[in-house]
Design a protein around this ligand. Structure first.
Ligand SMILES: Nc1nc2c(c(=O)[nH]1)N[C@H]1C(S)=C(S)[C@@H](COP(=O)(O)OP(=O)(O)OC[C@H]3O[C@@H](n4cnc5c(=O)[nH]c(N)nc54)[C@H](O)[C@@H]3O)O[C@H]1N2
Ligand SMILES: Nc1nc2c(c(=O)[nH]1)N[C@H]1C(S)=C(S)[C@@H](COP(=O)(O)OP(=O)(O)OC[C@H]3O[C@@H](n4cnc5c(=O)[nH]c(N)nc54)[C@H](O)[C@@H]3O)O[C@H]1N2
Ligand SMILES: [Mo]
Length: 742
């Protein structure tokens, strides 16, 4: 997310595409409503469903699921044709827009309308409103990411903002709205199968850097792996871990997965529930460490070697979480963990002790930097303060270096001293933004509430685009043009990211021998902090001042392309816009694309589109809220929203039970709610239920006294097969089904 919510009042138009924040992020959505009220900001909503957010829109476009790339190209087509693009921005701060322009040329309003289902006049109206009233902003969430083309979706929207010069500005940018309260923090900390913490890549250099910061021997770390080569291999993703157990499709690992440890993540919220059940049944051991009974324990039929360990909630622990706008927030412990439960970190410490690596696990919290070297400075650690210090010392890639437990605590204790719209601190908090939104380069830096602003100095949160992809590509410089000087910078125009090797030349300085001896190889791996110090003195950003690239040459689609969903209702378009080739190795498993998409015309037997939604009273897999009498009373049963025309065609009356069948032979039995938010070609269902599986009530599987007030089918039993080619996120939001009266 490039902005922070308060900045919404500065936008003339906000286009919400693939998000329903009125339900999923009501507090964030309030900022958009305030922008409408206070500033006359226009809201465009693009969604296959007429959502509660759509109900607040000035303009609502009903898009066919999985066709956003086509839609945005349709917008770009009109923009380029009319010359509405920001030519200077494109020329001086972006790379390869000509290739985007060439693709956009194909997307006439007529073709765009045919593919997306949005009428031509609405495409023109929305584009005109959005492009002619800058700064305009985009908000997106899962309707964009949960597709086989999810990663391309997330590229085409920033490209639109670059084309319009809507980046690095108040009122512009991207609201990429994250999910749970700490999803941003969790990914920043490396809860990902394909990076180390702070998005450091899986390579020897990064491992060695972390080994140094953690005060452990690199050879010891290496020895934790079965073979060295696994160290730099992506792991299994949460979306497809079951394949590592079942080994039906080709997998890449030394052995099948034999045990699963589940701590703080849903299992019943993932697609392919039938496969997940099989995998849970098959492994040797299942451990679940959580405040509630994760319904994975209910889904499996196993009777032994399954353990549920009670863990405290957020109210029973202390530390930082990171919000969707990159701001950290200190969280205080309200009570000690209740009854026999333990905090998450205690469980992890006990785990490490049991498996013999506790000393190494906590060593990083006893280390600090002295004369540029990481050395042990104490014999014990204080949780969570020393964990925060370890993070600040290590994670330079996204600029967490300015974090200290003291700074973050003082923000939490002084909420009233921060401006709710700009996040600027007042009085004693002056010179800091609330939560030190990253990048926060050092302990004097205020944080960066809006990314890529060049009208403010780096020391006050400004920066150019990051120089991440080399100095040139196909003979073209990747550095920003001479005219793109960040305010207060000693260097005119673009410059590369700083390394020990180039820093003297780039900044025009001379290092002393002592400085050279202490300095790390690159800004992202410099424990001495000297690179940052020199950069600060020169008004320069350590990561460079580059062009934003609009093509990603290492991806299967360097230029984002529209590709039909794996299960598409338009067989004619499947031929014209086929998906990717099958991926023999996607993370650790074979993943089908074309072979699945083209096997047959799925839409003949399964003509109805399937879209996910959220309900305001339930969150995630829903167990937490379904154990509350009052919250479950709002949605006491699993349901699907279905248009009366479609329902009655199948003899299904309002509140009748119906079967929904998916292409792979799975089915769920749910209550039909006649509803006009959907059209007669699609149905929409919440994903927040579990406890019923393909018609079978699993009530008997709940440990005594733990059955929630509401149980129901998981929509993910019928989520179709399909995964993003880069991230492996499930195609939760596009699929096919058929319905039948139960
Ligand atoms: N069909 C469909 N499926 C989806 C989605 C969709 O849109 N459609 N959305 C997907 C998305 S974006 C997400 S994020 C997932 C979310 O789905 P889940 O990850 O299933 O979300 P939660 O139910 O919040 O699961 C978190 C679990 O953590 C436990 N927990 C809560 N607090 C703590 C704690 O402090 N410590 C520990 N150890 N445990 C705790 C809870 O008991 C709960 O069982 O679902 C995905 N699945
Ligand atoms: N009450 C509640 N709040 C939550 C959660 C919850 O479970 N319950 N979960 C939290 C989590 S983990 C997350 S990640 C966020 C998610 O936040 P949101 O993504 O805002 O939530 P969704 O309801 O999944 O909204 C996605 C919207 O995208 C639309 N959509 C589907 N396919 C497409 C498409 O191809 N194109 C376009 N343009 N739109 C499409 C859907 O119809 C839907 O309205 O919510 C968070 N907040
Ligand atoms: Mo999420």
């Amino acid at each position: 997310m490039t902005q922070q919510f308060g900045d919404a009042v500065n936008a003339k138009v906000i286009m919400m595409i693939g998000a329903n924040s009125a339900v999923a992020n009501p507090i964030g959505f309030k900022h958009f409503l305030q922008a409408k009220d206070r500033n006359g900001t226009k809201l465009i909503v693009v969604d296959p469903i007429y959502t509660r957010s759509a109900a607040k829109a000035d303009l609502y476009l009903r898009i066919r699921s999985g066709t956003d790339i086509a839609f945005v190209y349709g917008m770009l087509h009109i923009i380029f044709k009319n010359g509405w693009e920001d030519k200077e921005f494109i020329e001086t701060r972006s790379y390869a827009m000509d290739q985007i322009r060439a693709e956009a040329a194909k997307w006439t309003p007529e073709l765009t309308s045919d593919v997306t289902g949005i009428p031509v006049d609405q495409i023109i109206q929305a584009t005109t409103l959005f492009a002619k009233n800058t700064p305009s902003a985009i908000a997106w969430s899962l309707g964009i990411t949960q597709h086989s083309v999810g990663s391309s979706n997330t590229r085409i929207l920033p490209i639109l903002q670059i084309a319009l010069g809507n980046m690095g500005k108040k009122g512009g940018g991207l609201y990429i709205i994250r999910g749970h309260d700490n999803v941003q923090g969790a990914t920043d900390m490396g809860n990902l199968a394909d990076t180390l913490s702070g998005y450091y890549g899986l390579d020897d250099n990064a491992w060695k850097y972390f080994a140094t910061s953690w005060g452990v021997d690199y050879e010891w770390l290496k020895g934790r792996f079965f073979e060295k080569k696994w160290m730099n291999e992506k792991g299994y993703s949460l979306a497809k871990w079951y394949q590592g157990v079942l080994q039906e499709e080709k997998t890449y690992s030394s052995a099948p997965i034999r045990a699963v440890w589940i701590q703080g993540t849903g299992i019943t919220s993932m697609s392919q529930q039938a496969k997940i059940k099989e995998a849970l049944d098959k492994v040797d051991l299942v451990v679940i460490a959580e405040p509630f009974v994760n319904e994975a324990a209910v889904l499996t039929s196993r009777k032994d070697n399954i353990y549920i360990l009670p863990v405290g909630t957020q109210f029973e622990s202390e530390g930082t979480v990171t919000a969707t706008n990159r701001s950290a927030q200190w969280r205080s412990k309200v009570v000690e963990p209740l009854y026999e439960s333990k905090s998450d970190e205690e469980v992890m410490f006990a785990f490490a002790k049991k498996f013999g690596f506790y000393d190494q696990f906590v060593q990083g919290m006893k280390m600090d930097v002295k004369d540029g070297k990481v050395v042990q400075v104490k014999n014990d650690f204080k949780w969570p303060d020393d964990a925060v210090r370890e993070i600040a010392r290590t994670i330079k890639s996204i600029g967490l270096s300015g974090w200290t437990p003291e700074r973050l605590r003082s923000h939490q204790e002084n909420w009233h001293m921060f401006d709710p719209v700009t996040l600027e601190g007042k009085g004693p908090m002056k010179g800091q933004y609330y939560g030190l939104p990253w990048p926060c380069w050092d302990d004097k830096h205020p944080g960066s509430p809006i990314l890529y602003r060049r009208d403010v100095p780096v020391a006050e949160g400004g920066m150019g685009f990051r120089n991440r992809f080399g100095l040139e590509h196909n003979g073209v410089s990747q550095l920003a043009d001479k005219s793109v000087t960040v305010a207060g910078s000693k260097i005119e125009g673009g410059y590369p990211q700083l390394t020990k090797e180039n820093i003297e030349k780039v900044l025009g300085i001379t290092l002393t021998e002592a400085e050279k001896a202490q300095m790390g190889g690159s800004w992202a791996m410099d424990f001495s902090g000297l690179i940052q110090q020199k950069a600060r003195e020169a008004g320069v950003c350590v990561y460079g001042n580059a062009k934003a690239r609009t093509i990603v040459w290492e991806f299967p689609d360097p230029v984002p392309l529209h590709r039909e969903p794996i299960h598409s209702p338009r067989w004619d378009l499947v031929q014209k816009f086929p998906t990717y080739d099958d991926q023999p190795k996607n993370f650790r498993v074979e993943t089908k694309f074309k072979s699945e998409q083209q096997k047959q015309d799925w839409s003949k037997e399964f003509p109805i589109m399937l879209v996910s939604m959220r309900v305001v009273n339930l969150s995630g897999a829903g167990m937490l809220e379904r154990t509350s009498k009052y919250l479950s009373a709002i949605t006491p049963e699993m349901f699907a929203n279905i248009h009366p025309d479609l329902a009655l065609k199948h003899g299904i009356r309002d509140r009748d039970m119906m079967w929904i069948h998916a292409p792979h032979g799975t089915k769920i039995k749910v209550k039909a709610y006649h509803n006009h938010s959907v059209t007669a070609d699609r149905i929409c269902l919440p994903y927040n239920f579990a406890g019923v599986f393909q018609g079978a009530d699993l009530s008997a599987n709940y440990p005594e006294g733990t059955k929630p007030y509401a149980i129901g089918e998981s929509s993910n039993t019928i989520t179709n097969y399909g995964f993003d080619v880069i991230t492996q996120i499930s195609e939760f939001n596009a699929g096919l089904c058929r319905v039948e009266k139960a």
